[in-house]
Design a protein around this ligand. Structure first.
Ligand SMILES: Cc1cc2nc3c(=O)[nH]c(=O)nc-3n(C[C@H](O)[C@H](O)[C@H](O)COP(=O)(O)OP(=O)(O)OC[C@H]3O[C@@H](n4cnc5c(N)ncnc54)[C@H](O)[C@@H]3O)c2cc1C
Length: 374
């Protein structure tokens, strides 16, 4: 019997974990190294569109994701005073048998993926990084921070926006700040909050809230990024209350719960799109390691999961893992990822210019394009 082919995945976030599950389930021998000893995630909640849910279903975790999250099929557009201006049905980018959108706590999604990675037989090393990667033509050798070394048929760097795998293989593209950022926090879910409601404009570019579970909701304010605002996390609750002070709707209820500065996050938006090859020899990249966009379309996780799905499909269906396969992976992903990165940047730009009219049509066009499988 032929030996199982082997893959090393660097980074256990949404891309790395999903790739591990899909590959291990198709009979590939998978090692995964994750630098965080607790395998945890930072941040509060995320929105997943149908095209992300479709990959999670293929990975076998949809029932757990559905039960942990809060699904909905429309979006509310509000005036800054909270008046509902429009209620739009959201496109089902993962097909009509999945919700158009699901809010979920980041730690909940991570735990679901961790449980599935463990169940897949993937060998996991936590608190471990790759010190050196050596492409050897037919495979690659990795030297780990614990002093051990192993050879693999393929290495995939899923190590996020500041990927050291990207750096180690000589890809020189780096994430650039976009000049915008977001205040975010979790609050108890008001009973009437059952979908994303966004106000474009007012003192912030966007003021919005989304359900994340039966109990919790996520409130966000998109603003121009000022480094000085990062300076004093002790002020974060006060700042988020001040920035949202003139917004109506559910904001007064939400603001009453924004009291703990440690529960408020202030995060800058970045852009990255590696336009050249996404691999060197037998070392490839996926997820935020090769593309990052401001979350104006909430498609970052979805694009990372789709990368994992395409890599897994190609590796599990081909006898030969070579340069042509990895080029095909990048060429297949690029038009879709570029559409999302450019669209996210365009939306951010329009928000900064105060142009709110064009956004719904662009969002609908992009989500429609994503209905087709990647
Ligand atoms: C403010 C904000 C809001 C967002 N909201 C949304 C949203 O609503 N919906 C959405 O779809 N997307 C959203 N995104 C984007 C989304 O968070 C990312 O696109 C997604 O997390 C990328 O997944 P990834 O697995 O590629 O990278 P990551 O999630 O960053 O995972 C990388 C993993 O690699 C590990 N790692 C790093 N370096 C090493 C190393 N050297 N060795 C081993 N392990 C390493 C890290 O610890 C981490 O576990 C948002 C992003 C931001 C900044």
């Amino acid at each position: 019997m032929a030996r199982a082919r082997s893959v090393l995945i660097v980074g256990g976030g949404s891309a790395g974990n999903t790739l591990a599950i899909l590959l291990a389930n198709s009979g590939v021998s998978v090692d995964l190294v994750e630098s965080r000893p607790d395998w945890g995630v930072l941040g509060s909640g995320i929105l997943l569109h149908g095209n992300a849910l479709r990959v999670l279903r293929d990975a076998g975790v949809w029932p757990q994701v559905r039960d942990a999250g809060f699904a909905f099929d429309s979006i509310g557009i509000l005036a800054p005073d909270g008046t509902v201006v429009a209620e739009q049905p959201d496109l089902h980018s993962g097909g009509s048998d999945l919700p158009s959108t699901l809010g979920i706590l980041r730690p909940a999604l991570q735990q679901i993926l961790i449980d599935a990675v463990r169940a897949s037989g993937t060998r996991v090393r936590l608190g471990c990084t790759v010190e050196k990667l050596d492409d050897q033509g037919e495979g690659a050798e990795a030297v780990f921070s614990d002093g051990t070394a192993s050879s693999y048929d393929l290495v995939v760097g899923c190590d996020g926006i500041y990927s050291t795998t990207r750096e180690s293989i000589g890809v020189t593209d780096r994430p650039e700040p976009t000049g915008m950022g977001v205040w975010r926090t979790l609050v108890p879910r008001p009973a009437e909050l059952v979908r994303t409601d966004l106000a474009y404009g007012g003192p912030c570019h966007i003021a919005g809230y989304s359900p994340m579970s039966d109990d919790l909701a996520y409130a966000l304010l998109v603003v121009d990024w000022h480094e000085r605002d990062e300076a004093d996390p002790a002020d974060y609750a006060e700042r988020m209350c001040a920035e949202s002070a003139t917004y109506g709707g559910l904001w007064p209820t939400i603001r009453a719960h924004i009291t703990d500065p440690a529960a408020v996050h202030y995060t800058a938006f970045h852009r990255l799109l590696v336009e050249g090859p996404w691999h060197r020899g037998r070392i490839a990249l996926a997820g935020d390691a090769v593309h990052v966009c401001p979350p104006t379309l909430a498609q970052g996780v979805a694009m990372s999961l789709e990368d994992a799905a395409v890599v897994a499909e190609l590796l599990s269906s081909r006898d030969v893992w070579d340069d042509a396969l990895l080029t095909e992976y990048r060429d297949r992903r690029m038009p879709r990822v570029q559409t999302v990165v450019d669209g996210s940047m365009q939306l951010a730009q329009w928000l900064r210019e105060g142009n709110r009219q064009a956004a719904p049509a662009l969002i609908a066009r992009i989500l429609t394009a994503l209905i087709e499988r990647p």
